[in-house]
Write a protein that binds this ligand. Structure first.
Ligand code: ADP
Ligand code: FBP
Length: 303
C-alpha cells in the first residue's frame, strides 16, 4: 500500500486577479477551492492513476472537514489524526504571474504527535510512505527524522519531499526518492542559485550518500533523474501553463504509482514528468487522460 503523509494539510484557495496590485482593493474574477497540502495532492494524483492509497496526517476544524469530504468524494481512503486546531487555508492568486501565501497551520500537541507516530509501527515491508510538505510550526525538526527511523525499522520504503536539512539526515535510511526543485536543492547545500554542473554534483552526491532516486525538478526547464545507474534528463514539453500548484507533487505521484507496479526507474520518471506537466497545463491536478496524452511527448535522454 502507498501511504501519503501530510503533516500540514490545507485548503488551496485559487483566485484569478488579472491585474493584481498591492496596497489597494483587487476584485477577483474567479475562485476555486481544492483539498491541498503536498501529500494530499500526491494522494489525489495517485488515485487518478488508478492506484489505491491512504492519506495520513493531521487534520482539524471546518477546513479539515472540507478536506476530508473532498477526498471522500474522490474515493481516497484516509486515516487522519485529528487535532484541536483548524487546518490552514493557502491562497494562490493567478494574475500576470502566480502569487502564493502559504499560512502556518495549527499547532499540534505532544499526544497528537505520538498518536501519528504509532500508526507507522503497523507498516509492512511492501508499503511506501510519501512524506511531503511543511510541518506545523511547533513540531520539532527531529520529528521528521523520527518518522523516517520508524518507517525504516518496519522495512517499508519512504519518499521525502520536504524542505531542510532532514533530507541529509535521512540519507542513511535510503529514501526511495527525493524530489527537490532547483531552489530547494540550492538551499540544502547553502547556495543561492545553482549552475548545471552544481545540480549534477549535488544530485549525484545525494545518491552516493544513500538516496535510491533523486529527481531535481526544474519547473519550465523539465527534470533530471539521478540514480546509481546514471543521469537521465527529461526535456520540458512546450504548452500553455495554467496552474503550477501541485506540479511537483504530481511528479512524485506519477513516480510512486508507477514504481509500485513496475519497479522501473525510467518508466516511473516518465510518468512523473508527464503528471507534473499535465498539472501545469490544467487548472486542477492532472487526470489520468491528461497524463496519458502527454506520455508520448516526454523523451528521457541518458547522459
Ligand atoms: N512552466 C512549465 N512548463 C512545462 N512543464 C512544467 C512547467 N512547470 C512545471 N512543469 C513540470 O512540472 C514539474 C514540477 O514542477 P516544479 O515547478 O519543478 O516543481 P515544484 O512544484 O516542486 O516546485 C517539472 O519538472 C515539469 O515537468
Ligand atoms: O506546487 P507544489 O510544490 O507541488 O505543492 C503545492 C502544495 O503545497 C502547498 O503550497 C503547501 O506547501 P507547504 O506544505 O510547503 O507549505 C499547498 O498549498 C499546495 O497544495
Amino acid at each position: 500500500m502507498i501511504y501519503t503523509m501530510t503533516l500540514n494539510p490545507a485548503i488551496d484557495f485559487l483566485t484569478q486577479v488579472p491585474e493584481l496590485q498591492v496596497g489597494t482593493l483587487n476584485r477577483a474574477t474567479d475562485e476555486q477551492y481544492f483539498a491541498g497540502g503536498k501529500g494530499i495532492n500526491v494522494s489525489r494524483v495517485i488515485k487518478r492513476l488508478g492506484v489505491e492509497n491512504i492519506a495520513l496526517g493531521f487534520i482539524g476544524g471546518f477546513t479539515g472537514e472540507f478536506i476530508k469530504e473532498q477526498l471522500a468524494q474522490e474515493k481516497i481512503a484516509t486515516n487522519f489524526t485529528r487535532v484541536t486546531g483548524t487546518s490552514r487555508i493557502n491562497v494562490k492568486v493567478h494574475g500576470q504571474s502566480e502569487t502564493a501565501i502559504n499560512t502556518s497551520g495549527p499547532a499540534v500537541t505532544a499526544a497528537e504527535l505520538e498518536q501519528l507516530l504509532k500508526q507507522l509501527d503497523q507498516l509492512k515491508t511492501k508499503d511506501i510512505v510519501v512524506i511531503s510538505g511543511s510541518t506545523p510550526k511547533n513540531v520539532p525538526k527531529s520529528y521528521l527524522l523520527e518518522m523516517v527511523q520508524r518507517i525504516h525499522a518496519t522495512g517499508a520504503q519512504f519518499i521525502l519531499d520536504v524542505e531542510g536539512l532532514v533530507l541529509l539526515d535521512a540519507l542513511p535510511y535510503q529514501p526511495l526518492l527525493l524530489k527537490p526543485n532547483q531552489d530547494e536543492l540550492a538551499e540544502l547545500f547553502g547556495e543561492h542559485a545553482l549552475t548545471a554542473a552544481q545540480i549534477d554534483e549535488y544530485g549525484q552526491q545525494l545518491v552516493a550518500k544513500g538516496a535510491q532516486h533523486v529527481i531535481v525538478s526544474l519547473g519550465g526547464a523539465g527534470a533530471i533523474l539521478y540514480t546509481s545507474q546514471g543521469k537521465y534528463r527529461a526535456d520540458p514539453v512546450i504548452g500553455t501553463v495554467k496552474n503550477t500548484v501541485g506540479a511537483g507533487d504530481s511528479v512524485v505521484a506519477g513516480f510512486v504509482a508507477t514504481w509500485q507496479q513496475s519497479h522501473d526507474a525510467l518508466t516511473s520518471f516518465k510518468y512523473g514528468v508527464a503528471a507534473g506537466t499535465a498539472t501545469a497545463f490544467h487548472d486542477d491536478l492532472a487526470t489520468q487522460a491528461q497524463i496519458s496524452d502527454l506520455l508520448t511527448k516526454i523523451h528521457i535522454i541518458g547522459e
